[in-house]
Ligand binder design. Structure first.
Ligand code: GLU
Length: 304
C-alpha cells in the first residue's frame, strides 16, 4: 500500500473542499486559532512515518488527552476502574449533565467530560504529582521529551468552565469524586491543554495499533486485553454523540477533541492524526472527519 501517495491525494481533495464548521470559541483561546490549518500524519507499525500540511505544528489536543489519562489510570488500578466509570456510549453531548442523576454519578464512559473528570480523580488519589506523572507518561509512550501543557489555554478554559464545575460538583455530591473538586478540575483543564502536533499524536497512539507495546522498543504500555478495551471504547464512545457516524463513515477506533484534532487507530497497521480546527455541529473536526472517511475509502481497509 502506498500510504504516502494516498495521503497526498486525499489531502489535495480535502483542501479543495469548502471549509465548513466553526471554531470552538466557547474556550476563548481556541477562538484565536487559524481556522484554515490542515495537517495529517500517519505512523505505521512497520516504522513508516508520513505527513502532510501542518503536521508538525502544535494543536490543543483537548479531549484526545482523555485517552492518555484513561490508559494511565487503567494501567495503575486495573479492572476496578470500571466500578467508577461505565463503558456505554452516551448518545449525549460531551458535557451533558442529564444522565448522571439517573446513573447515580457513574458516568456512561471515560470520554465524556463527566467520565474524564472521574478518571482525573482516580489519578489524583494514586499519584503524588498527577500533572508531572501524566506528562511523563505521554512523553514515554511517544518517545518525546518536549511535550508541555499550555497554561494560557488551561486558564482560558478555567475562566468559563462553569459546566465542568457543575459536573464535578454533581458527581461529588453523588459520591463518585473523592478529592476536592477544585483540585480535580485544575488537573482536568491542565491535561486538556496539552499541545501536540499531528506527528506527535500519531506516534503517541501507535502502541494502541501494536497490541499495547511501543513500536520503538517493544516496551509494554498496556496488555493486549487492555489495549483491546481502550480501542473498543474509542470505537463506541470516541466522537461524542457522533460515534456511530464515525464508525459508519470511517470504520476505525478514534478520538477527537474540540481543538480540531482527531486520532484514529487501525490495530495491527497504523495510527493517523488529522487536524483542522473548524468543528461540525457535534463538536468534531469537519474536515478531519472528511479526511479520514476518504482515507479509509481509498485504502479500502478498516476494522470492519
Ligand atoms: N476541555 C474541553 C471541555 O471540557 C474538552 C472538550 C473536548 O475536546 O471534547 O469542554
Amino acid at each position: 500500500m502506498n500510504y504516502k501517495e494516498i495521503l497526498e491525494r486525499v489531502m489535495n481533495n480535502v483542501r479543495a473542499e469548502k471549509s465548513l464548521g466553526k471554531l470552538a470559541t466557547y474556550i476563548p483561546e481556541l477562538g484565536n486559532i487559524d481556522p484554515y490549518k490542515l495537517g495529517v500524519h500517519l505512523s505505521t507499525v512497520n516504522n513508516l512515518d508520513v505527513g502532510s500540511g501542518d503536521n508538525q505544528e502544535k494543536l490543543s489536543i483537548q479531549s484526545i488527552a482523555k485517552v492518555f489519562s484513561l490508559c494511565l489510570a487503567y494501567k495503575m488500578v486495573g479492572e476496578s476502574i470500571w466500578k467508577r466509570v461505565d463503558v456505554e456510549p452516551s448518545g449525549n453531548p460531551f458535557n451533558s449533565l442529564v444522565q448522571l442523576e439517573a446513573d447515580n454519578g457513574i458516568p456512561r464512559n471515560p470520554f465524556i467530560n463527566a467520565g474524564a473528570i472521574v478518571i482525573c480523580d482516580i489519578l489524583i488519589s494514586h499519584l503524588e504529582r498527577p500533572k508531572d506523572a501524566f506528562l511523563s507518561f505521554v512523553k514515554e509512550i511517544s518517545d518525546n521529551p518536549e511535550l508541555t501543557f499550555c497554561q494560557k489555554i488551561a486558564d482560558s478554559e478555567k475562566s468559563i468552565g462553569y459546566r465542568n464545575v457543575a459536573l464535578c460538583n454533581f458527581i461529588k455530591s453523588l459520591g463518585n469524586i473523592k478529592n476536592e473538586p477544585e483540585e480535580v478540575l485544575d488537573f482536568y483543564f491542565c491535561l486538556c491543554s496539552l499541545e501536540m502536533s499531528c506527528k506527535e499524536l500519531a506516534q503517541a497512539f501507535l502502541f494502541l495499533a501494536n497490541g499495547g507495546k511501543k513500536v520503538s522498543d517493544e516496551k509494554e504500555i498496556l496488555t493486549k486485553s487492555q489495549t483491546k478495551r481502550i480501542n473498543a471504547l474509542m470505537q463506541t464512545c470516541g466522537f461524542y454523540d457522533e460515534s456511530g457516524e464515525f464508525a459508519f463513515e470511517v470504520g476505525l477506533p478514534g478520538k477527537s477533541g474540540v481543538g480540531g484534532g482527531i486520532v484514529a487507530v487501525f490495530p495491527g497497521n497504523y495510527s493517523i492524526a488529522v487536524w483542522s480546527p473548524k468543528l461540525n455541529a457535534k463538536g468534531n473536526s469537519y474536515k478531519g472527519m472528511m479526511f479520514l472517511e476518504m482515507f479509509t475509502t481509498e485504502t479500502e481497509a478498516s476494522i470492519f
